[in-house]
Write a protein of this length. Structure first.
Length: 565
């Protein structure tokens, strides 16, 4: 008996021995899997029950993190601990935001809880009561129709005066609720003939009422006529919320600081643009130089050939100079597709990754849109972005992050994702990648564009620039085609992008450039070793990339403090 106890004690780690390197990775993976499991079980956005369950989940994970012996973690473990703690805090903040928004939409969508309740009883596997659900559906249809007719008649003045952004969110919620109600109904339909007998007609009425009510909200509150594109409304969050978001991204700067940096970068671009303009024989008229470059577009049908050649050129450039490791499989598997005219309304240029998606005119587009697409995707603009989307940009980074530190995908941030690809635009400029003034104009156009994104997105969220002013800014200060500028602003404010996404391109790029100066320029790492180490460390805030490369042993109460500019 004593020998058995002694053997067990020998197998236990000493009290002060470091935790195994895998310990926190396993913890992060468990958090990710548990969170994904909850998202499948509680799939209805703005559901109060879902929100409460996620809040309990976060509280449980905060306790687990507190119980971890932080002092025994190595550098990688401490980074994972910090990232996970930050992710849980951010999740709680987002739940609070969701609760506020749900309250704002309650007047517009007072029937949401009833629909969510039907789905929840199904999720809990409770026995359905067809006659009762039929009455619930009939009441829903009447309630929704009353809201709609009152709004159309001008009786519900409070609802009619609802902020357009709240109405836009409300329409999105109504669409989601309609999908939820349909999923709920289809689960029982046919399988339970009594259920179908009672509920088929009231479900159709409720579904129709939701469609009509959403259309009325679009017309009378949002201001969208049938057949028109959704107006660009946006959702400004204010300076305080911007500071909170920056803190979660480990960016120790305020909005005003970032605007100052953006204006400085913009001024550098304008000075370089003037140099290229003079070389092109356009004197001081940089817009004339831009027009000259835009009109070098290839004929319809040849853009895919151009993109193929540019992709191969960029890959050969970084490989021949030993800048970064490019696995042969990464070169083999990338593919190309064309974007539809509809998708080009919000993505007038490239989208990238393993599949590069190319914008160029199709036969069904108007003559005006065709010309704008041709000009906006000319060879010199494209040469500055194909490597951003493929190699050494998004495709290479995603290829590597799926193979190294893949658990850190949970902490992915656009400051790393977009910052890395933008950094390569800066790095290749410094290495002499542009072949002449036309290429420099193309690269500078995009660099000005990224500086402009910081300016118009921050000013919009601070309430000092409207979407229309942002469009005009892109046309006047950057030289965008107006349709492309409109698509860019629509993408920024009406899509699913978070408030900091558009500024993350250049700010993340500047972070990587500063880290390059600190480690490569100063001779502490080679070019290839630096770039490979970034890719193999996983997707996370760039301040944590720096901590990893410098082997910084982070204190438990660590807060962002790296002033990279």
């Amino acid at each position: 008996m004593h020998r058995f106890v002694l053997a067990v004690l020998v197998l236990l780690p000493a009290p002060c021995s470091p935790l195994p390197a895998q310990a926190l990775r396993d913890t992060v993976e468990r958090y990710t899997l548990d969170r994904e499991a909850l998202s499948r079980r509680y799939a209805v956005e703005y559901d109060a029950g879902r929100r409460q369950r996620y809040q309990r989940f976060c509280a449980e994970w905060q306790k687990r993190l507190e119980a971890i012996a932080y002092d025994r973690l190595d550098v990688e473990g401490r980074i994972d601990w910090q990232l996970l703690a930050n992710a849980v805090r951010r999740e709680l903040a987002l739940l609070e935001l969701e609760a506020r928004r749900a309250g704002e939409m309650r007047r517009l969508v007072p029937f949401g809880d009833a629909i969510m309740g039907l789905m929840e009883t199904r999720r809990r596997l409770e026995t359905v009561k067809p006659r009762e659900t039929s009455a619930t559906l009939a009441h829903l249809a009447r309630q929704i129709d009353t809201l709609r007719t009152g709004m159309e008649a001008g009786e519900d003045r409070d609802t009619a005066r609802a902020a357009r952004i709240i109405a836009l969110r409300g329409v999105g919620l109504i669409d989601a609720l309609r999908g939820t109600l349909t999923d709920w109904y289809r689960y029982y339909e046919g399988y339970d003939p009594v259920f179908t007998w009672w509920n088929a007609d009231p479900w159709k009425r409720a579904d129709s009422a939701l469609v009509k009510y959403a259309r009325t909200l679009r017309r009378q509150v949002i201001g969208q006529k049938d057949g028109e594109d959704e107006p660009i409304i946006g959702d400004p969050i204010g300076a305080d919320a911007l500071r909170a978001e920056l803190a979660f991204e480990l960016i120790p700067y305020g909005p005003e600081d970032l605007l100052r940096i953006a204006e400085r970068e913009f001024a550098w671009c304008e000075a370089e643009m003037q140099k290229a303009t003079r070389e092109l024989g356009q004197g001081a008229d940089w817009k004339a130089a831009l027009e000259q470059v835009k009109n070098t577009y290839v004929e319809p049908g040849r853009q895919t050939d151009l993109v193929r050649d540019l992709a191969r050129e960029a890959t050969e450039y970084v490989e021949s100079r030993g800048l970064v490791t490019v696995p042969p499989l990464a070169k083999e598997i990338w593919r190309m597709e064309m974007l539809s005219p509809e998708r080009q309304k919000v993505s007038p240029f490239f989208l990238g990754g393993e599949v590069i998606q190319v914008s160029y005119p199709t036969d069904e587009m108007s003559a005006e849109d065709k010309l704008m697409s041709l000009r906006g995707n000319n060879p010199h603009f494209s040469r500055a972005t194909v490597h951003h989307e493929l190699i050494p940009g998004h495709h290479l980074q995603r290829f590597m992050t799926r193979r190294y530190m893949s658990h850190r995908q949970e902490f992915s941030t656009p400051f790393w994702t977009e910052g890395w690809a933008l950094y390569w635009e800066m790095r290749l400029w410094d290495l002499g990648f542009p072949r002449g003034p036309e290429d420099r104009v193309g690269m500078l156009f995009w660099r000005m564009h990224r500086a402009a994104r910081i300016i118009f997105s921050l000013r919009f969220h601070m309430g000092t620039m409207t979407p229309q002013q942002a469009i005009d800014f892109l046309v006047d200060r950057v030289g965008h085609e107006r349709a492309n500028a409109t698509a860019e602003v629509r993408r920024s404010f009406n899509g699913s992008y978070p408030p900091l996404y558009q500024l993350a391109y250049m700010i993340g790029g500047l972070q990587f450039r500063a880290l390059h100066r600190e480690l490569v320029t100063n001779g502490r790492m080679s070019e290839r070793a630096f770039h490979d180490a970034v890719l193999q460390g996983g997707n996370m805030p760039v301040e944590m990339v720096r901590a990893r490369l410098l082997q910084t042993s982070l204190a438990r109460d660590y807060r962002a403090r790296w002033l990279f500019e």
